[in-house]
Design a protein around this ligand. Structure first.
Ligand code: FAQ
Length: 311
């Protein structure tokens, strides 16, 4: 199938499967995006893991543990989907992509370079971070690569539970004491803009969007998803009695959308360059885990080899 035929094929809403012919730049685009998505899931476990031992009740601890385990599972589906794209010339195996992340060569979502400072942050992460992730991933369920699209269906179901557990934490805090409500407001103040930046740069500053849209990987633009997220989240904040930290936020009757202020793009660029509040700590933690827990991987490989030999 030549390139034009391939474009026609995906644009007619057909799915591409691992053994199908596909252009190299489609393969590379997917390896980049799916592996970065996988890294985001596993690095994203760290800010929340910081609160497992300090969850305020057994019930909260169980829900948080389950959520963090889900994120590991999402990483697993996504690394597995990435691996289906390796073809000898383009490396997509887990060790290569993971080591690229550890070496700082591959990105993961900017949001995970912000620390979780209070229990209310766990609520804000579920509500805003998982909320933003779902908005983006519902769109990705319709992407043209079969394994990625199928992984998204399952991941979205789990992310909905994550979003609700976060919102419920904040609802409890907002109905509690003055200090608890202040914790919730402080978490919203710190997570609002970083959550909006999860959708990526503005459309005119997004170098990958056009190709990604043509290949039906992205189905909607960064700005359009960001606007939708703001539109659904503002009433949720109002229900909690919290104030979104944006003086320019205002319903626009004509557009039937909220207008909002300029995002702190300089901060976004710094975080992408590795200079966010927790970038160094996140990578150090993952590098240390890779070395300290190497024996687990070795034991699992030895056990699998033994089982294979016994069959
Ligand atoms: N952070 O041209 P575009 C989650 C990079 S999962 C870091 O617009 P594209 C679940 C981008 O990679 C959250 N880098 O790029 C959870 C590109 O650099 P490159 C993760 C960013 O790919 C919750 C450059 O900027 N979700 O949260 C960011 O067309 C709680 C130019 O950007 C996904 O990964 C950013 N925010 O659109 C887990 C979804 N934005 O690669 C644990 C899949 C942009 O050329 C706890 N990914 N960049 O060097 C996507 O949908 C897309 O990749 C976008 C970016 C929309 C993120």
């Amino acid at each position: 199938m030549n390139h034009d035929k391939f474009l026609e094929y995906v644009q007619a809403e057909n799915k591409v499967e691992p053994k199908d012919m596909m252009p190299d730049d489609y393969r590379k685009l997917l390896v980049r995006q799916i592996s970065q998505h996988a890294h985001s899931e596993v690095v994203g476990m760290l800010p929340e893991a910081n609160w497992i031992t300090r969850a305020p009740s057994l019930r909260r601890k169980m829900a948080l543990l389950a959520k963090i385990q889900d994120e590991a599972g999402h990483g697993l589906y996504l690394y597995a989907a990435t691996e289906t794209l390796g073809n000898g010339e383009i490396a997509a195996d887990r060790d290569t992509t993971y080591n690229d992340m550890l070496a700082g060569k591959a990105k993961y979502s900017s949001i995970f370079n912000y620390p979780a400072l209070s229990w209310a942050d766990i609520g804000a992460i579920g509500w805003l971070v998982d909320g933003a992730a779902i908005m983006n991933q519902v769109m990705l369920m319709g992407n043209s690569y079969g394994p990625y699209s199928r992984a998204m269906v399952r991941i979205c179901k789990e992310e909905s539970f994550h979003q609700r557990q976060g919102y419920e934490i904040l609802m409890t805090l907002c109905r509690g004491t003055k200090e608890q409500k202040e914790l919730a407001q402080d978490a919203l103040n710190r997570f609002w803009w970083p959550a909006l930046m999860m959708f990526g740069p503005n459309d005119e500053a997004s170098p990958n969007s056009q190709k990604s849209m043509n290949y039906r990987v992205k189905r909607e633009s960064n700005d359009s998803l960001r606007q939708r997220f703001i539109d659904v989240t503002v009433p949720q904040a109002e229900f909690l009695g919290l104030k979104i930290p944006d003086e320019q936020l205002k319903w626009n009757e004509e557009r039937q959308h909220y207008d909002f202020g300029e995002l702190p793009w300089d901060e976004f660029m710094e975080v992408l360059k590795g200079n966010g509040p927790a970038n160094k700590k996140r990578l150090e933690t993952k590098r240390k885990a890779q070395t300290d827990h190497a024996w687990v991987k070795e034991a699992a490989i030895a056990f699998a080899a033994k089982q294979k030999a016994e069959v």
